[in-house]
Design a protein around this ligand. Sequence first.
Ligand code: COA
Length: 182
Amino acid sequence: MTSQPEIETERLVLRRPRLRDGPRIASLLNNYQVTKNLARVPYPYTLNMALDWLLRQKRDWTPETITFAVCEKKGGLIGFCGTHREGQFTEIGYWLGQPYWNRGYMSEALKAVLEWYFANSQSDTLISGVFYFNTASLAVQKKFGFVETGIGKRICLAQSAEIDHIETQLTRSDFFRATRTQ
Ligand SMILES: CC(C)(COP(=O)(O)OP(=O)(O)OC[C@H]1O[C@@H](n2cnc3c(N)ncnc32)[C@H](O)[C@@H]1OP(=O)(O)O)[C@@H](O)C(=O)NCCC(=O)NCCS
């Protein structure tokens, strides 16, 4: 699809990335405390890497392959949340710049993206996961009905290591059950 979706929540706007987001992305992602939690983001992280990544983001999207810049309504871009194909599955991933942690922002963003995903995709399942030490991210996922399905190994580029990765999965029915009362 070519029209560009935008999702609004109480405090956030989630919109498609733009090339001019490069410097802001580079400044937030060039932080080992962020990248050590992510599989595919190297550290140090440079402006050229951000621009290269942005150039590879396609205008065309499907619910299974989309990235949203997570923006404070007042302050601008603070992180990302997006889906991509991982083998036969759709995986969801996300990050926030460290100054924005622990304010409920990713809970707010992820809930909105999951609602949008299940409204726009025929699929009933999403996968995700966290490196074994990432308790905050696992806590966010569990709030929305993700369940652990096993432990695998994932390469973490920033750590240059293969690390235990708790695999998780969310079904449409578990998401709606988990959020019915929220
Ligand atoms: C993981 C991350 C996205 C969380 O975003 P956030 O906006 O800080 O998350 P929220 O504030 O919405 O929720 C965090 C939850 O984790 C809990 N939490 C935070 N630190 C925790 C810890 N050390 N142990 C257990 N729970 C923790 C919080 O209490 C909160 O749960 P609650 O709402 O029930 O109180 C953010 O820390 C981040 O971007 N980290 C670096 C990148 C990353 O890890 N990405 C995910 C890869 S799987």
